[in-house]
Design a protein around this ligand. Sequence first.
Ligand SMILES: Cc1ncc(C[n+]2csc(CCOP(=O)(O)OP(=O)(O)O)c2C)c(N)n1
Ligand SMILES: [Mg+2]
Length: 594
Amino acid sequence: MMSAKVRMTPSEAMVETLVAHGVRDVFGIVGSAYMDALDLFPLAGIRFIPTVHEQGAAHMADGYYRATGRHGVCVGQNGPGITNFVTAIAAAYWAHSAVLAITPEAGSMSVGLGGFQETDQLPIFSKITKYQAHVNNPARMAELTGRALDRAMLEMGPAQLNIPRDFFYGELECEIPQPIRIERGAGGQASLDAAADLLATARFPVIIAGGGVIAANGVDACRALAEALDAPVCTSYLHNDSFPASHRLWCGPLGYHGSKAAMKVLARADVVLAIGSRLGPFGVLPQYGFDYWPANAALVQIDADARVLGLVKRTAVTVNGDAGEAARALASRLANRPLAAAANRDERLGVVRAEKDAWTAELATWDHETDSWSLEVATDSPYMHPRQMLRELAKAMPADAMVSTDIGNICQVANSYLQFDRPRSMFGAMMFGNCGYAFPTMIGCKAGAPDRTAVAYVGDGAWTMSFGEILTCVREKIPVTAVVFNNQQWGAEKKNHVDFYANRFLGVELENPSFAAVARAMGAEGIVVDQVSSVGDAFRSACTAQKDGKTTIVEMMCTRELGDPFRRDALKKPHRLLAKYHSLNAAELTPTVR
Ligand SMILES: Cc1ncc(C[n+]2csc(CCOP(=O)(O)OP(=O)(O)O)c2C)c(N)n1
Ligand SMILES: [Mg+2]
């Protein structure tokens, strides 16, 4: 290609590079630091989506990427605007989202003088980005903007573009870089051969489909491989959309409040094929008192990121490749080859069917929690049992829905009920696990996929961290349905007080306003639901209202009962040594020091 250097300003170089990389939407809050570039957005064809908080903007960029596979971009004012990004960029890091955070910083001539809105913006993001570009000379603006965008895609995570604010001004000569898209192959031939050999001799192969399958647009390839082996497929934690739920081989999600069927089937595996999953430790913890990981099975792990191979679970074979390409390569290696698993196919598929039927039946009759605290608080409550409500929501869920889930007890119990037939449909808060993730993330999803139904599941505590972004929905006409589980408590943490701290509740009770009324005051619709029989209709009409551009907050009044806790693995009963605190000791733990 001919070099085509053109004279332009650094602002023009940055904006033109964004355009060349397909960026059409940028989330942020206006700031003098980058106003020279912002001014160009309308003529460049970039929509600027102003948000209420920069954390919201970065979550929206994350959701936008996850829904579309295209860069999510956010920008803010140097100093406080940029530090407001931090939590959301950390969340995007653990969601493996190609987000570009454009971070203008204090001007190069005043750095170190403690002028206005100055902080060193590179160290803050150093552990939560995959790549950091610092524009050390305005002449490099286009080059470094392009590199940050390329690296975000290549490394499957956030990149930062840090720009001294005076570097937007001036003139330079440059060529606008085109995207570098690196084709990731299926993986090494020898490792694919070894994986195929293991799978051919497996008597009970089980596939785990992870988020990498979605990112690689590899669901069809994964399905074809599963069908070739007649191997059941479990989805990894919070990736309930990585395999179609209506498929006969689908078993459901692993991990916290996942599918018992998936766990029981996985426990029987002699060969596990993990496709596009890092097998993160939290996602494979024992559940329902059951350690389902098949420790004696041979594990084949495929991932595009070589660093996660064999990291958490001992592997027999590792394949460093694209999830879809690797699945295709394995299917072609297994075609016309005798498969040990064919011999017991009917028996295996019988097990899969029986476990799925048993779990479906269990969920259908699991109306409420049965621990003594839950029974006590729910007995006289006029409100809904969360499980019954979640069941009705799942029944009423539109087929085209995208659903984000926050961090909280009811949101996690929802994991048992959320099923999808198409990828890019579930947007959990992933492993950074921050309350306040789901609503802004879903606004970003909807901005990227406006024709789909957008639903956020949020607990009341997390809602108060994030509901300001209702204004973004209203102002920018990005309609979303937020389902707010109002149990008047920080429930997930309260559950720890119940299980470990003898009900010594501290800081967990929430006195809430009417969230429906607050929503109406902010220009959205608000409905209160306190009867299970009304859940379906209320939810369906809120989803339909999106077609008229309306955002609706469906406030679900729930009992205070609580499902299984998050961190049973990481908490201990209190053990106090100082006499002053002896009264806090768990009954079975007496102090050892007098
Ligand atoms: C930003 C942030 N702060 C605190 C926590 C700790 N935390 C985890 S779950 C939870 C309670 C969530 O309460 P709510 O949103 O009301 O949902 P519920 O558990 O009641 O269903 C808290 C405070 C967190 N994960 N993220
Ligand atoms: Mg709550």
